[in-house]
Write a protein that binds this ligand. Structure first.
Ligand code: GDG
Length: 479
């Protein structure tokens, strides 16, 4: 394989002495190192004036990093606006939250074009390019328009809705056509793949071949785009080790001391409306109301790190959670016990791992989620001799493979209460059986395996015999 070029909206720039945060960043860095790679994307910096188009480059531990800045207008239009206020709710089936704005749509395309222009001079002919996520869907088409003939793959980390939902987006067909510039489009699950296939068929009226490919002609050149599901994983071993060590750390010890002999339920995510946090609190309140034997016997710790505070729906969510947590504590707390511990900020990764290990139940109940790595981390963190129970929303991508979890519909607080009661009372043998079957899956389906499999499939794709001189405007695509 040629050099690997990873493109993502935010680049995890190396900071000396700081361990890399998530499994995804680690997995990508591993494949980048193995292939002598380049990581390109937004620096995370916003400029006051016009963008300069300048690319900053650093090399660290065998990886080249190239970043570009956004100006404030583009940040608001492309990132906070179109990406987070239009595409994010759309892809998570939340049409009521989608606030369409043509100027933001234009900013999205402009920034994707600027990214393509900034990357183009850095590319070599045999590079393999891997673009990530919903912020950068049109970037492949923009690269083709500039003459890029390399293999280009795209992976979507969030769910892919069917056409009945997707078609609500003004210009939905254009965004779908952008995907036809790629040689491989990967999504997380079979359900997402079905959504993508349905969009290609009903939205663009294209045929899907027996191997899940779609062929379209642009500028007289035919390109086949492979569509497939590649479930992302975590660095299971390393996370298990972190959790094992963290269990003896000061934070986990303090936590245990504060709990006495009560049981612990844990949840941790970015404060995001897709994660179903208010529903989870209602489910927990239903547990206390319907199963009073748990009163003063169980505590629910929810870590909800603030994110995207510039978007109004996120600020509303924060208020709703503050109220709900306050009400549950007001209704049920005793002088020596608060049922809900709600921490509205991020905690250190190893501390979180220690909390997962200490918890009898991991409560992971998003309303929609591409995969959900917290579910996988919770399982990886468990003590094999005395594992906790995972309660998982059937609308998380992780539910497709995590067969040992207790599945729940997050919209049904009574059902959540029943599953919580069952989990809190589950005998050791059943907990062990459920945990081992999930852990086996997590040991196979790691983040590195995900990256290797995606890249192997991208490498297998046959490129157009006569490479297009330029990828013309997506609107010109014909079946
Ligand atoms: C997107 C898709 C898909 C959470 N709170 C804290 C903290 N976290 C870490 C978790 C986990 C990560 O953040 C969250 O990952 P998720 O997968 O759960 O969710 P998204 O951020 O929405 O990610 C998702 C993923 O992409 C990968 O493809 O699975 O479906 O939406 O690692 O542990 N980390 C720290 N403190 C916290 O308070 N340190």
């Amino acid at each position: 394989m040629g050099r690997l070029v990873v493109v993502s909206n935010r680049v995890a720039l190396p900071r000396r002495g700081e361990p890399t945060a998530g499994g995804l960043a680690v997995a990508l860095k591993d494949v980048l190192k193995a292939n002598g790679g380049l990581w390109f994307g937004w620096s995370g910096e916003t400029l006051k004036g016009p963008t300069t188009g300048e690319v900053k480059a650093v090399r660290y531990q065998g990886i080249d990093y190239a970043t570009t800045d956004l100006n404030e207008t583009d940040y608001k239009g492309f990132y906070a606006g179109y990406s987070n206020n239009i595409l994010w709710p759309l892809f998570h089936f939340r049409l009521g939250l989608l606030e369409y704005d043509r100027k933001q749509a234009a900013a999205y395309r402009r920034v994707n074009r600027d990214f393509a222009k900034a990357l183009m001079p850095l590319l070599a002919p045999d590079d393999v390019i891997w673009i990530h996520d919903y912020q950068l869907i049109p970037m492949g088409a923009e690269l083709r328009a500039l003459g890029a003939r390399q293999r280009i793959g795209f992976f979507l980390h969030i769910p892919f809705p069917p056409w009945a939902v997707f078609s609500a987006l003004p210009g939905a067909d254009m965004l779908l056509r952008d995907l036809l510039a790629y040689d491989l489009v990967g999504v997380q699950t079979k359900r997402d793949l079905a959504g993508l296939v349905n969009c290609m068929q009903d939205g663009l009226e294209l045929d899907i071949d027996a191997g899940h490919g779609v062929t379209a002609t642009n500028g007289g050149i035919q390109r086949r785009t492979q569509l497939s599901a590649h479930a992302i994983g975590i660095d299971t071993r390393s996370f298990a080790t972190t959790a094992r060590k963290a269990a003896f750390g000061p934070d986990a010890q303090r936590m245990k001391a504060s709990m006495g002999d009560r049981q612990l339920i844990v949840g941790a995510e970015r404060l995001d409306y897709t994660k179903g946090l208010p529903h989870r609190l209602r489910g927990f309140a239903a547990l206390l109301a319907n199963f009073p034997e748990h009163l003063n016997r169980v505590t629910y710790l929810q870590v909800a790190a603030r994110s995207r505070n510039e978007v109004a729906s996120y600020r509303d969510l924060r208020r709703e959670l503050d109220q709900l947590a306050g009400r549950i504590n007001g209704d049920y707390a005793e002088f020596d016990w608060s049922p809900v511990r709600y921490v509205a900020r991020a905690v250190a990764r190893d501390t979180l791992a220690g909390f997962y290990r200490a918890a009898d139940v991991g409560l992971v109940t998003p309303l929609r989620d591409g995969m959900n790595l917290v579910a996988k981390e919770y399982v990886a963190a468990q003590d094999p001799t005395n594992p906790g129970v995972l309660i998982l929303s059937s609308f998380a991508g992780a539910a497709e493979t995590m067969d040992g979890a207790l599945l729940v519909n997050p919209l049904d607080p009574e059902a959540m209460a029943e599953q919580l009661d069952r989990a809190l009372k589950m005998p050791l043998e059943e907990r062990r059986d459920r945990w081992s079957s999930m852990m086996r899956g997590l040991e196979e389906q790691t983040a590195s395996r995900w990256a290797e499999n995606f890249l192997a499939e991208l490498e297998e794709q046959t490129l157009p015999a006569e490479p297009p001189a330029a990828w013309t405007a997506p609107a010109a695509v014909r079946n």
